[in-house]
Write a protein that binds this ligand. Structure first.
Ligand code: AMP
Length: 133
C-alpha cells in the first residue's frame, strides 16, 4: 500500500523539522505554515482521521497536543492558538493520516482563520435531532 507523506517522515525517509517524538506519536513543523510555529501532531500508526482512530491513541494525541501547544506558545510568545483537525475531504483534509494542527496566534497577526460568513438553522429542531440520551 502507498505510504502517506507522514509515514515517510516517521521512518526518516524524508526530512522534517521534528520537535517531539515518543512511542506513539511524532510532532514536526508544518512545511507550509499558516503561522509561525504551525506544528502537526501525528500518530505513528496510520489512522485516516477522527472517524477511525481508537480512543486511547486519540487521548494520547490530544494530551501531547495540549502540552506542545503550551510549550510552543510560551517559547514563541504566542498569545493564542487554534487546535484543528480536518476530517475528510469535505473538511479539506489533504493528507489521509490523522493529524492535529497547532496554529499559534499572535496579537495583531491579522490572520483571518474562522469563516466570518454565518449560516442560519432551526436550532430547536437541530438539537432535537442531535440530543443524546
Ligand atoms: P490537512 O489539510 O489537514 O490534511 O493538512 C495537511 C498539512 O500537512 C498541510 O498543512 C501541509 O502543509 C502539511 N504537510 C504536507 N507535507 C508536509 C511535509 N512533508 N512536512 C510537513 N508538513 C507537511
Amino acid at each position: 500500500m502507498t505510504q502517506t507523506i507522514f509515514e515517510k517522515i516517521i521512518s526518516r525517509d524524508i526530512p522534517a523539522h521534528i520537535i517531539y517524538e515518543d512511542d506513539l506519536c511524532i510532532a514536526f513543523l508544518d512545511i507550509s505554515p499558516t503561522a509561525k510555529g504551525h506544528t502537526l501532531v501525528v500518530p505513528k500508526q496510520v489512522y485516516i482521521n477522527i472517524f477511525d482512530i481508537d480512543n486511547g491513541t486519540f487521548m494520547h494525541i490530544t494530551s501531547i497536543t495540549k502540552q506542545l501547544c503550551e510549550h510552543i506558545c510560551q517559547r514563541l510568545s504566542a498569545t493564542g492558538a487554534h487546535i484543528v483537525h480536518n476530517a475528510g475531504t469535505s473538511a479539506e483534509q489533504v493528507v489521509p493520516h490523522f493529524h492535529m494542527h497547532i496554529v499559534p496566534r499572535y496579537d495583531d497577526d491579522e490572520i483571518k482563520f474562522w469563516p466570518s460568513q454565518k449560516q442560519q438553522h432551526d436550532l430547536v429542531a437541530l438539537a432535537e435531532v442531535l440530543r443524546r440520551t
